[in-house]
Design a protein around this ligand. Structure first.
Ligand code: NAP
Length: 315
């Protein structure tokens, strides 16, 4: 498994990491048992994955992950977890005591003394400043106490598909952030414009989330989406075939569009790790294989960039 530095944190991440949110939520939505989840986590560790992503509100994901990893040597893996800084009822930014409370609860659920990567979850551009002013000092305090090792935030790409909050953070306060969680993939390459160069310049670790997600794995949805872009003039009508529009990526060492999706997501050196949200061990194996060589043929990469680099797709 290829390892990459997580910015300037001193940590190294496997190029593929396991996410326990997204549609699969660690198999919680699929009736998976703790035995299944433990097998998945141990299969990931055996394949060389050393980083696991969770969040305080991915169902019971933190507790499940804590259980799955109990007994595993603590310094052999990294945990990333997140906290939504916003009160869902009135959309106001929460106060620092809630952050301390939540981190303590996360530590207990994860059965650990420290969190390697602690993120503000899904920051919107209009709350960025308030989070920096009102909550960042508490996060820094938690870091100085050794409860967390690095600080970052993720974007809410469903509502901010251009990830303006990350552009803001990396351009205005690059010194504050150790890590950002962003979305970069075939159907949303926007991060390549400003975010990835800024992350590289300031040595900020990048965790790539939801690079495959919903539409790449589903041939029908993909056809519909590309047809919509053609009819709205977003892409040239002749740029991609109408049927199986990305099928041409299946070539040489690429056996599926999904595989191409993970390779594409890991191709920039400025990406530290790519999350896969699969709950299936066979799929995990395939994804590990995919990312063993994180590059597409140059002409395929160029075609994807030339055709789709201006698209900012949510799913
Ligand atoms: N910070 C945030 O706001 C945020 C937002 C979204 C996600 N995330 C994190 O990012 C992680 C990854 O995002 P995601 O869950 O959307 O992941 P993803 O890896 O982009 O997509 C996962 C989907 O692809 C399918 N899939 C994966 N590998 C496959 C394969 N080889 N063959 C067929 N289908 C395959 C999965 O189904 P199967 O289970 O059937 O394989 C699942 O439906 C999440 O788990 C979460 O930890 C964070």
């Amino acid at each position: 498994m290829i390892k990459r530095p997580l910015g300037k944190t001193g940590m190294e991440t496997s190029i593929l990491s396991l996410g326990t949110g997204g549609a699969r939520q660690f198999g919680q939505n699929m009736g998976h048992s703790i035995k299944d989840q433990t097998k998945l986590v141990h299969a990931a560790l055996d394949m060389g994955i050393n980083i696991f992503d969770t969040a305080s509100h991915y169902g019971h994901s933190e507790s499940i992950l804590g259980n799955c990893l109990s007994g595993v040597q603590r310094d052999s893996f990294l945990i990333c977890t997140k906290w939504p800084a916003r009160d869902e009822t009135d959309n106001t930014v929460l106060d620092p005591t809630k952050l301390i409370e939540s981190v303590n609860k996360s530590l207990a659920r994860l059965q650990t003394d420290y969190i390697d990567i602690m993120l503000f979850h899904g920051i919107m551009p209009d709350e960025y400043l308030s989070i920096v002013e009102n909550l960042y000092p508490t996060m820094a305090q938690l870091k100085s106490e050794g409860k967390i090792r690095s600080i970052g935030f993720s974007s809410r790409f469903s509502e901010d598909p251009e990830q303006k909050s990350i552009e803001l953070g990396l351009s205005q306060n690059p010194d504050l952030w150790d890590v950002v969680m962003l979305k970069y993939g075939i159907l949303n390459q926007h991060a390549a414009k400003e975010i990835l160069p800024l992350a590289q310049k300031h040595q900020i670790g990048t965790i790539n989330m939801a690079a495959v997600r919903v539409k790449l794995p589903d041939a029908n949805l993909l056809e519909e989406l590309i047809a919509k872009w053609k009819s709205s003039g977003l892409i040239d009508i002749n740029s991609l075939p109408s049927s199986d529009p990305l099928g041409w990526l299946i070539d040489g060492n690429v056996t599926s569009v999904i595989e191409a999706g993970y390779k594409f997501a890991a191709e920039p050196e400025s990406i530290s790790t790519v999350l896969t949200g699969t709950a299936s061990i066979p799929h995990l194996k395939m994804n590990v294989e995919s990312i063993r060589e994180p590059n597409l043929k140059k002409e395929h990469l160029d075609r994807l960039k030339n055709t789709l680099s201006h698209i900012v797709e949510y799913a």
